[in-house]
Structures are given as C-alpha cells and as structure tokens.
Design a protein around this ligand. Structure first.
Ligand code: BES
Ligand code: MN
Ligand code: ZN
Length: 495
C-alpha cells in the first residue's frame, strides 16, 4: 500500500474515490461541504434522498458527481454531530474501507481538516493507515483461484491547510508497521492447523529474524527436557508434531538495559487432549496459537520501526492432541520452576505451556513480562469479543496496558486476581492442580495459576480468547491485540 500527503483543491483531485463524512442530522463535514459547493448541491441532494442514514457505519458511493474530478465520492456516516470524536472517525472509516471492498476503486483520498488539533490529525492518519491495510487484507493462500480484485493500492491524505507533514509521515510509518504486524498475525491465525504447526511458527520467527536482524533461537524437545520444561512437554505428548520453544531477541535499546519480555501461547491446535472438546466448531481451535501469532506480529512491528528498545519474545508451541501417549487427567508433572502439578483437565493446557515459558523468562532479568493467550472460554463469557482481559501482579503495568489499548483503539480491561481466587489452587496429591474453583471466575483462576510462576518480576497477562478471533460469516483472525502491544512498546521506547 502506498501512502502520500497532498494539498490543493479538493474538487480537482485525480483519484478513484474521495471519502467524506456526513452527520445523521444531514449536516456535512468540512470536506463534504467543499465538494457540495463544487458540485452545486449534488452531495446534499444525495444525503436528502435518504439513501444514507448518516449513522456511524452507514456508507453510500456516488458515481460521476458533477463539478469534481474524483471518479467517486464515498459518503460515510459520522452519527450525531454533537457526539462526534476521533474514535467515530475511525469506526466510520473502517466501514468505508469495507464498502470499498466491493468497488473497483484502488486509490482513495481521505481529506483531513487541518483546523483540528495536530495530535488528533496524526492519530487519525495512523488509524486510517491501519484501516486501509486491514481493509485490503485477504486470506487466499489456500484458494486455487485467488480473489485479489478490488484491493486498495494507494491512499492519499488531503490537507485543506497547513499541517506538520513530518509528523504525519511518522504517523503513516507507525500505522504501516502496526497494519503489517496485524496482517502477519491474521495470516498465522487463519492458516490451517496442518500447515501452521509448531515448526511453521519457528520458521516464521526465523524469517523475521533474517529480515529484521533479530537473534533467533529455537529450543527443540531435547533442549526442553534438559531444562526440565516438563509441563510444556506433557501437553505435546499426544501429538506426532514435535514441540518448539521459540526465542526472538531485538536489541534496539541501550546495551544491557532490561528488556520487555513478550510471551505468547502457541497451541497450534487444541482438541482438549484426553479431556476432549465437543466437536462443534472445533475447527476454530486452530486460533489457539494467536497469543504466539500476536507476539510474532508485534515483533514484525518492532522490526519495521527499528524500535529503540530491548524486546525478547518467547513462544512455547505444540499441539494438544489425544493419543496413546497423551497426558491423562490425574497425571502429575514437575514444572521447570519445581512445582508439582496435578493435571486434572488436559484441556487447561495453555497455562501448562505458559508456566515453563514464564520461568524461562527469568533469565532475561526483564523490565516487565507481558503474555498473551487464548486462555479461557470464560473470558469470552465475561467480556465478549470487544474487550481483552488484563490480569497483573502490578497495577501500574495493568494501567499502562489498558491505556495503550485506549490510544490504539484496541480495548482492554483490568480484572482482579486477589488472594481469595489464588487460594482455590489446591490439590490433594500435588503442589497445585491445573484447574481450580470450577467454572466460576475461570479466567481469573487461570491467571492465578500463571501468577504462581511470575513472583520475581512485574508481569501482566492478556486473555485474548474473545478478541483474537471472529466467528460467524466474517470468521477469521482479527490481528488483535497487536495495536495495543505496539502502542505499549512505542511508549516504552519513547517514540
Ligand atoms: N483454548 C482454550 C480456551 C478457549 C476457548 C479459547 C474458547 C477460545 C475460545 C483453552 O485451552 C481451554 O480449553 N480452556 C478451558 C479451561 C477449562 C478446562 C478450565 C475452557 O475455557 O473451557
Ligand atoms: Mn484447551
Ligand atoms: Zn487452549
């Protein structure tokens, strides 16, 4: 995707499509007003016709509007003019890019009102770049005939006055890095589980290392055995595919400065193991590696930005399958940290692979550790598909992540993990069980299990079971929480 910034007369643009906002009160945005004047009322006439409600999400494409050179005008609803804000701009733009999917326009112009605060304009530009890249995304690697029709190729931001262009180009660069990071995450999540195996994730990490000069280390099964990563190994036992433990290191910060350590759950397919899941929608459990997928995507963003920060990524990855050698409910294994764990349910496998990774994280003497995992179905019940759940042993770190989510337009919410929940982790036969407390508060008790392995550093856990994936007609990976992670890392890097 090509991005550029231009000025000049809005009615004399050479573009396939210019995108302007209209309110549900039939009031026109500044850009729509300019086009309305040039076209002697054609925009207002379209709005008055009732073909567009003006509600946020509504769109209408006009062809060959008289008096202006753009081939099309896409009207997007801004909703109530008293409630209009930056977030509504992004939501309407995202609907606009959806509408563009069905239209043959490949280059698009987005007017910006330079009378708005410059920080707001930069934010809008960054978000618009993400929307454009996201809107152009297709997953057709597996289709014999790829449908690449109507994929946007260029976006021009049109300025109606003076603006800090340098800041806007920097915003475009951030948006591109986030959008491309998200697209990698989506590809990994959408890829079928016979292809997106632990070895595939390892080779993706190697490719990133080559492109962005990261250090890449892949620990094999024998290495994990030596390290005593028995809880991780216990999950992989039922599968023919060997587990991998992926380490990526980006040394962009000061030499020796404590790194941010990112950890992602990489279950490439979760059948539940011997505690097998119901078969309906089990295909979707290919996205049980989206913790890993989003960390790999975030590393792509880090690489594209050459981020001045030390970042380490850890991905424990394997498949959770039933089989003659699979772990049984009742088995007791010893974690790398030395705790004995009674595996009461083999479907609570995410925490088992994460706990050894969280112990491994200690050797990097991290500034903070942040993990992302499609950890619990209970998370989908609690926050739905809108908001990521955040759990932490440090309130400041949780607030930092929630705030990064606000800036990134990638919502997250801090949930509690007080001692009463932790106290439920009781086993008659081992130090701790892998499930506790029944179904009630399932996301919290899962977080408390992880919390047992993160005592020596500041840590936050993001349960992305609801936000990493969409079911239904639009089934597929969302690329979340890459925007949140990216903004968190940008701020830490001071950019
Ligand atoms: N990968 C699942 C969680 C999940 C469920 C993610 C639905 C996305 C959508 C996880 O490994 C799991 O199976 N968790 C169990 C835990 C239970 C056995 C305590 C669950 O949520 O049912
Ligand atoms: Mn499971
Ligand atoms: Zn799982």
């Amino acid at each position: 995707m090509e991005f550029s910034i231009k000025g000049g007369d809005l009615s004399k643009l050479k573009t396939d499509c210019v995108v302007v906002g209209v309110f549900d009160s039939k009031k026109l945005s500044t850009a729509a007003t300019a086009l309305d004047k040039a076209s002697k009322g054609a925009i207002m006439a379209a709005v008055s016709s009732g073909d567009i409600s003006g509600k946020c999400g509504s769109t209408l494409i006009l062809q060959a509007v008289p008096g202006i050179t753009a081939k099309r005008v896409l009207l997007m609803g801004y909703g109530n003019d008293k409630e209009y804000n930056n977030k509504i701009f992004v939501a309407s733009l995202s609907a606009a890019f959806k509408a563009l999917k069905k239209c043959a326009a490949t280059d698009v112009t987005i007017p910006l009102n330079t009378k708005h605060a410059s920080a707001d304009i930069a934010w809008k530009v960054e978000q618009a770049a993400i929307c454009a890249i996201d809107g152009a995304y297709r997953f057709n690697q597996m289709k014999s005939k790829a449908d690449n029709k109507h994929i946007g190729k260029a976006v021009t931001f049109h300025l109606d006055g003076k603006a800090n262009e340098k800041a806007l180009y920097a915003a475009i660069k951030r948006g591109e890095a986030i959008g491309e990071g998200m697209n990698l995450t989506k590809d990994l999540g959408n890829m079928p589980p016979n292809i997106a195996t632990p070895a595939y994730l390892a080779s993706t990490a190697k490719d990133l290392a080559k492109t962005y000069k990261f250090k890449c280390t892949i620990l094999e099964k024998k290495d994990m055995e030596k390290l005593g990563m028995n809880t991780l190994l216990s999950v992989s036992k039922g599968s023919y595919l060997p587990p991998k433990f992926i380490v990526l290191e980006h040394n962009g910060g000061k030499k020796g400065a404590a790194p941010v350590v990112l950890v992602g759950k990489g279950i490439t397919f979760d059948t539940g193991g011997i505690s097998i899941k119901p078969s309906a929608e089990m295909d979707e459990m290919k996205y049980d590696m989206q913790g890993a997928g989003s960390m790999l995507g975030a590393m792509k963003t880090v690489g594209m930005m050459k981020l001045p920060l030390n970042v380490v990524m850890l991905v424990p990855t394997c498949e959770n399958m039933p089989g003659g050698n699979a772990t049984r409910p009742g088995d007791i294994v010893k974690s790398m940290a030395g705790h004995t764990i009674e595996i009461l349910n083999t479907d609570a496998e995410g925490r088992l692979i994460l706990c050894d990774a969280l112990t491994y994280a200690e050797r990097f003497k991290p500034a903070v550790v942040v993990d992302a995992a499609t950890l619990t179905g209970a998370m989908v019940i609690a926050l739905g598909h809108i908001t990521t759940g955040i759990f932490a042993n440090d309130d400041k770190l949780a607030a930092e992540l929630v705030n990064a989510g606000v800036v990134a337009n990638d919502a997250a919410w801090h949930l509690p993990m007080s001692d009463e929940y932790d106290a439920l982790l009781k086993s008659n036969f081992a130090d701790i069980p892998n499930i506790s407390g029944g179904r009630a508060g399932g996301s919290i008790t899962a977080a408390c299990f992880l919390g047992r392995f993160t005592k020596s550093y500041k840590w936050a856990h993001m349960d992305i079971a609801g936000t990493a994936w969409k079911s239904g007609a639009d089934k597929g990976a969302t690329g979340r929480p890459v925007p949140l992670l990216a903004n968190f890392l940008f701020k830490r890097a001071g950019i």
